[in-house]
Design a protein around this ligand. Structure first.
Ligand SMILES: [Zn+2]
Ligand SMILES: [Zn+2]
Length: 198
């Protein structure tokens, strides 16, 4: 009695322990090839379809059937390699949302076409604070110095940035370095700022 399985599939399934009758029943149920086992999906379901089937056989069949096609049967039990790194989609979304600009005076969210230096549509003041560059002392709104490109730090932490600059930290590293400092580390730096002022 023939079923729609290919000769190879039939032989593999029989090697796993399925009988000719099992194959016929599967065919009648609509399982006509290896890919149809994707719909069966689990050992439990296969056991429900084939009453009285030995669970060990069912497990072997499902293991084989759910291997990615093209993968040799022998590779069945090899552990999965490192899973590929997740695409940075979620990170990009987070960055986007934090990219929104809020007015420092009235907290109004600025429109999408807001650009650095624009006045707040709600209160008419410059939406972003004017920062002073720790590197070249130019003042301006936004996140980066328009003169030298350094990333601004908040005014309150300007002395820390100046200290790091004096200590030879690279211009492009100062803002990130301050952002990465823990509270305790900042206190240590503030201590050095105070001593340097004496
Ligand atoms: Zn405003
Ligand atoms: Zn600058």
């Amino acid at each position: 009695m023939l079923t729609p399985f290919t000769v190879l599939e039939r032989n593999i399934l029989k090697a796993k322990g399925l009988s000719e009758q099992h194959l016929t029943v599967l065919g009648e149920l609509g399982v006509n090839g290896r890919t149809d086992f994707q719909s069966v999906g689990s050992v439990a379901t296969l056991l429900e379809l084939l009453h009285g089937l030995d669970p060990d056989i069912a497990a072997r069949v499902v293991d084989w059937a759910l291997l990615p096609t093209g993968q040799p049967d022998a590779a069945l039990s090899t552990p999965q390699g490192e899973s590929p790194p997740l695409p940075p989609i979620s990170q990009a979304l987070v960055i986007n949302s934090s990219d929104s600009t809020y007015c420092v005076h009235c907290q109004a969210k600025q429109p999408k076409d807001y650009s650095v230096g624009d006045l707040c549509l709600n209160c008419g003041l410059q939406a972003e604070p004017i920062e002073t560059c720790y590197w070249c002392a130019t003042s301006g709104p936004g996140r980066f110095c328009r003169n030298c490109g350094a990333a601004f730090v908040v005014t309150a932490e300007l002395p820390l940035a100046l200290l790091l600059r004096r200590e030879g930290v690279a211009k492009d590293d100062i803002s990130a370095k301050i952002g990465a400092l823990g509270e305790a580390e900042k206190q240590v730096l503030w201590g050095r700022v105070r001593r340097s002022r004496r």
